[in-house]
Design a protein around this ligand. Structure first.
Ligand SMILES: Cc1ncc(COP(=O)(O)O)c(C=O)c1O
Length: 389
C-alpha cells in the first residue's frame, strides 16, 4: 500500500481502481482452506446474520417464482415496496417520509455508489469516520473524490465531535454510520442534532448509514431524518431483515437528489432484483421473527462483553448496536493481522484484523462478530481465555 492509501494494480487497470483490498477476505479464504482440510473453524469474522430471510419473505419469494414473470421493475423499485418502507418510517420512528423520496437499490452497497455519484463531483472532499466501514473510502477513492478521515477513539466513545469536524474541514460531504461498523457506537438524538445542524451551517451534505437500525441493545437508534430533511439516509435488508444475499437496500434523499439517484440507477443497475423486492415487501410482516434474531444477538453480545475481558481483552468499544465488538489488542501484538492468523492457526477461531476499518491505527485492533450461534461463541470465548500470546 502507498502513502495515499492506494494499492498499485496492473498496468491495464485504471488509477481510480487502485483501492485497498478487503483484508477480511484473506481471513475468510484462510478459514475456508482449513475447513476444506477438515478443521472446524469458529466464525467470528462474518459480518452477516446467520439466519435466513424471515419465513413470510421466503413464502412470498416462492409464490413469485411460480406466478410472476420477474421482469425489470422501475429503477426506483416497486411502488408497494417504497410504500412499505415509508410506512416503516411512520411505524418505527414516527416519521412521515414521502415514498417519492425513497429509491430501492442493490443493497446499501448500491446505495453508497448511487449517493456518492449523485451528490459529489470528482475533486470534492468527503469526510469519513475512522474506524469505519471501508467501502465508503474505497468507493469515494474510485470516484476521484478526496477522502478526509476523521479519527475517533475511546475518549468520545468513538463518536465524531463538532470540534473534530471543524478541525478537519472544509469538506463537501460527511458520511456517518449509527450503529457503526466496526465499533457498534450509536449516535443518539443529541449527537445527530449536533451533526445535522453543523452540516447545514457548513453547507456539507450529510449521509447517514442506518443499515444496523433495529439491532440495538439499549434504546433504538434514532434516524438522522428526524433532524433534517436534507440528509441522505442509506439502509438495507441485509442486517435486521436478515436478507443479506438478496442484495436489496434503499436510499431516502431530498426529492431532487432522489430523482438524480433514480436517473443514475436507470443506467447503473436498471432496477434492483425483482424477486428480492417482492420478498422484502412481505418481510415487513415478520417483525416478531426478526426481533427474535436480535434477542439472540443480545445474548451473544453479553457472552462476548463478559468473556473477552475475562480473557484479558478489556479495551472494548461501546457495542451499543450492530453485532460487533471492536477490541484494542495492542497489549497482545504489534500487528493484529498476525494475531488473527495465530488465532486461526492455534485456536481455529476466525476474526477480522482492524486494518480494513482504520488504515493508520487498525493494526492495534480486532473486530469480533457475534452474529453467529451462541454455542460457537461460547467455545470461542473458552479457547481465547486459555490462550497466551
Ligand atoms: C456499515 C455498512 N454499510 C453498508 C454495508 C453494505 O451492506 P449491503 O449488504 O446492504 O450492501 C455494510 C455491510 O456489511 C455495512 O456494514
Amino acid at each position: 500500500m502507498r502513502q495515499d492509501g492506494r494499492v498499485p494494480s496492473s498496468r491495464a487497470s485504471s488509477k481510480r481502481s487502485e483501492v485497498p483490498p478487503f483484508y477480511v477476505m484473506e481471513v475468510m479464504r484462510a478459514a475456508a482452506e482449513r475447513e476444506q482440510a477438515g478443521a472446524e473453524i469458529l466464525h467470528l469474522e462474518v459480518g452477516q446474520p446467520s439466519t435466513p430471510a424471515p419465513s413470510g419473505a421466503l413464502e412470498a419469494a416462492k409464490r413469485a417464482l411460480s406466478s410472476d414473470k420477474l421482469g425489470y421493475t422501475g429503477a426506483a423499485g416497486l411502488p408497494e415496496l417504497r410504500l412499505r418502507i415509508s410506512q416503516w418510517y411512520e411505524r418505527y420512528y414516527g416519521l412521515h417520509i414521502d415514498p417519492a423520496r425513497i429509491v430501492a437499490t442493490t443493497g446499501a452497497s448500491g446505495s453508497c455508489v448511487l449517493t456518492f455519484l449523485a451528490a459529489f463531483d470528482a475533486g470534492q472532499r468527503v469526510a469519513v469516520i475512522e474506524p469505519g466501514y471501508p467501502c465508503y473510502r474505497n468507493d469515494l477513492m474510485a470516484f476521484g473524490i478526496d477522502v478526509v478521515p476523521i479519527p475517533v477513539g475511546p475518549e468520545t466513545s468513538y463518536r465524531p465531535t463538532v470540534a473534530a469536524l471543524d478541525a478537519a474541514g472544509p469538506f463537501d460531504g460527511l458520511v456517518i454510520a449509527s450503529p457503526s461498523n466496526p465499533t457498534g457506537t450509536v449516535l443518539h438524538g443529541s449527537h445527530l442534532a449536533e451533526l445535522t445542524a453543523w452540516s447545514t451551517a457548513n453547507g456539507v451534505q450529510l449521509i447517514a448509514d442506518e443499515i444496523y437500525h433495529g439491532i440495538t441493545y439499549d434504546e433504538p437508534a434514532p434516524s438522522a431524518l428526524a433532524h433534517s430533511d436534507d440528509v441522505v439516509v442509506i439502509n438495507s435488508f441485509s442486517k435486521f431483515f436478515s436478507m443479506t444475499g438478496w442484495r436489496l437496500g434503499w436510499v431516502v434523499a431530498p426529492l431532487d437528489l432522489a430523482e438524480t439517484v433514480e436517473r443514475l440507477a436507470q443506467s447503473l443497475a436498471i432496477a434492483p432484483p425483482t424477486l428480492s423486492q417482492l420478498a422484502a415487501v412481505a418481510a415487513f410482516d415478520c417483525i416478531d421473527e426478526l426481533d427474535a434474531n436480535v434477542a439472540r444477538y443480545r445474548q451473544n453480545r453479553r457472552l462476548l462483553l463478559d468473556g473477552l475481558p475475562a480473557a484479558g481483552i478489556d479495551r472494548l468499544a461501546p457495542a451499543d448496536g450492530a453485532f460487533y465488538v471492536w477490541a484494542d489488542v495492542s497489549h497482545l501484538c504489534d500487528d493484529s493481522q498476525d494475531l488473527c492468523r495465530r488465532w486461526l492457526d492455534e485456536l481455529s477461531i476466525a476474526t477480522t484484523p482492524g486494518l480494513d476499518f482504520d488504515q493508520p491505527r487498525g493494526h492495534r485492533f480486532v473486530r469480533f462478530s457475534y452474529a453467529g450461534s451462541h454455542d460457537e461463541l461460547a467455545r470461542a470465548v473458552d479457547r481465547l481465555s486459555g490462550w497466551t500470546p
